[in-house]
Design a protein around this ligand. Structure first.
Ligand code: PRP
Ligand code: MN
Ligand code: MG
Length: 193
């Protein structure tokens, strides 16, 4: 057990439940793609853990590629304006693409990414996200593979950061409000920064 001091408010999803869910999602993906070649597109940096574990749980032949995206400025995430910091290495035209994400919060990152990638002419385009928050329901994105619906709390671990920390925790936890200076909740729409 890692010593987190008082930074961790609670363990929301323990490591065992995460790993069980990843196996479950992988089994669904394998069944749906039935041995077709699949391109997993991970969204840096939050998706690294779920990408690594999902890829290893799959039996389908996979390639992995990565994108890094950022919303413009700070506090403008709700505008949905996203810029590409690192694009895919490969052309996805005619490929079966599965976007792998750690969390759908407002859903704006993914809705932008889906329209961007769709314009490149993939044979198919689906999303796998480990976590989804209630606000994501407001955006019209179809997440085919979802791990857990979680409450609107500030979550860290298993790829998810607060100020670039805590990504390496093997479980998903909630952050104690004193760490981010809040008394109840972080600023809406910026919870995963
Ligand atoms: C986080 C998270 C998702 C996105 C979800 O990434 O990993 O990619 O925010 O938020 P949304 O649904 O409101 O768009 P972040 O921008 O913090 O970058 P990171 O993955 O490098 O932590
Ligand atoms: Mn991210
Ligand atoms: Mg982040």
């Amino acid at each position: 057990e890692k010593d987190l001091g008082a930074d961790l408010a609670s363990v929301l999803i323990p490591e065992g439940r995460l790993q069980d869910k990843i196996q479950e999602l992988a089994a669904k993906v394998d069944a749906d793609y039935a041995g077709q070649e699949l391109l997993l597109v991970g969204v840096l940096k939050g998706a690294v853990m779920v990408m690594a574990d999902l890829a290893r749980a799959l039996h389908s032949p996979v390639s992995m590629d990565w994108m890094a995206v950022s919303s413009y400025g700070s506090g403008t995430k709700s505008s949905g304006v996203v810029r590409i910091l690192k694009d895919l290495d490969a052309d996805i035209m005619g490929r079966h693409v599965l976007i792998v994400e750690d969390i759908v919060d407002s859903g704006l990152t993914l809705s932008w990414l889906v329209s961007n990638l769709r314009s490149r002419g993939p044979a198919s385009l689906e999303i796998c996200a480990l976590l989804r928050k209630p606000d994501a329901i407001k955006t019209d994105i179809d997440v085919k593979y979802i791990g857990f619906d979680i409450p609107n709390e500030f979550v860290i671990g298993y790829g998810l950061d607060y100020a670039e920390r805590y990504r390496n925790l093997p479980f998903v936890g909630t952050l104690a409000p004193h760490v981010y200076g809040g008394t109840t909740e972080p600023t809406a729409g910026e919870q995963q920064d």
